[in-house]
Design a protein around this ligand. Structure first.
Ligand code: DGL
Length: 263
């Protein structure tokens, strides 16, 4: 048993959709969540920037917080920086990527899609995943530019959100796409709107529960599982008050354990 904390990070509040699944499956762990809200959105950043952001965060988690593992609760950061992080840090680093295998298994029409940030959409990492897990299946890549900022603002019912969703997703419906991977951790918070727009015949899958299962596997294998549940800690490189509001709004969580982080 090992009761050191687990580090979890994202550009912002999106990673809370992964944290939610981790806490469901692994309740006897303490989580330290970092939201890099000074730099959100990650979706338009370069590879070098994304590596630098993730390196500073993981360095903080490892050096100052002594975490036993890190979960990158961000697709964009995973596809550009997981290789670097794994080569630099000795602890297990678990990534979040779109669930290509699941949408490939789910489709009957042979037409699927990944809905992600522009950076993830154009990454070689995603192309490789598609080649490996969805050979012979059409996988459209669409981005929802602007959505991340709107989710950060916390008004999930805003008409602006519906407008972007409509523009990105209705063309997929018209093409006959019947399974979609949510390839950005901000998007599970828009699941209701996305499902209403696409209808019940289109499967919408996010990565949260797969990441939680994978984390459990890794911790089990490395003998790192914890057996003590405790309140989690939250750090933001942005505005603490705004983060507190988002936490209440998105996870219905009230906590005073929210701190500012200067990296
Ligand atoms: N939530 C992140 C992801 O999964 C990034 C969103 C952003 O900052 O652009 O890709």
């Amino acid at each position: 048993m090992n009761n050191q904390p687990i580090g979890v990070f994202d550009s912002g509040v999106g990673g809370l959709s992964v944290l939610r699944e981790l806490k469901k499956l692994l309740p006897n762990e303490t989580y330290i969540f970092v939201a890099d809200q000074k730099n959100v959105p990650y979706g338009g950043k370069t590879k070098d920037q994304l590596i630098q952001f993730s390196d500073s965060i993981v360095d903080f988690l490892v050096t100052k917080k002594k975490v036993k593992a890190v979960v990158i609760a961000c697709n964009t950061s995973t596809v550009y920086s997981i290789g670097f992080l794994r080569s630099k840090y000795k602890i297990p680093i678990i990534g979040t990527v779109p669930v290509i295998k699941t949408i490939a298994n789910l489709t009957k029409s042979g037409k699927t899609a990944v809905f992600s940030t522009p950076a993830t959409a154009k990454s070689q990492y995603l192309s490789d995943l598609i080649k490996k897990f969805a050979d012979g299946i059409i996988v459209y890549k669409v981005s929802g530019t602007g959505l991340e900022d709107l989710v950060e603002e916390g008004n999930l019912k805003s008409p602006k959100i519906n407008k972007i969703l409509h523009k990105s997703l209705i063309p997929l419906k018209e093409k006959g796409v019947d399974s979609i991977a949510l390839g950005c951790t901000h998007y599970p918070f828009l699941r209701d709107q996305i499902e209403a727009m696409m209808g019940s015949k289109v499967g919408i899958v996010d990565s949260g529960s797969a990441v939680a299962r994978h984390t459990r596997e890794v911790l089990t294998k490395e003998n790192l599982l914890g057996n003590l549940s405790s309140e989690d800690y939250f750090y933001t490189t942005g505005n603490r008050v705004k983060f507190k509001k988002a936490l209440k709004n998105l996870l219905d969580l009230d906590t005073e354990r929210i701190y500012n982080l200067n990296l």
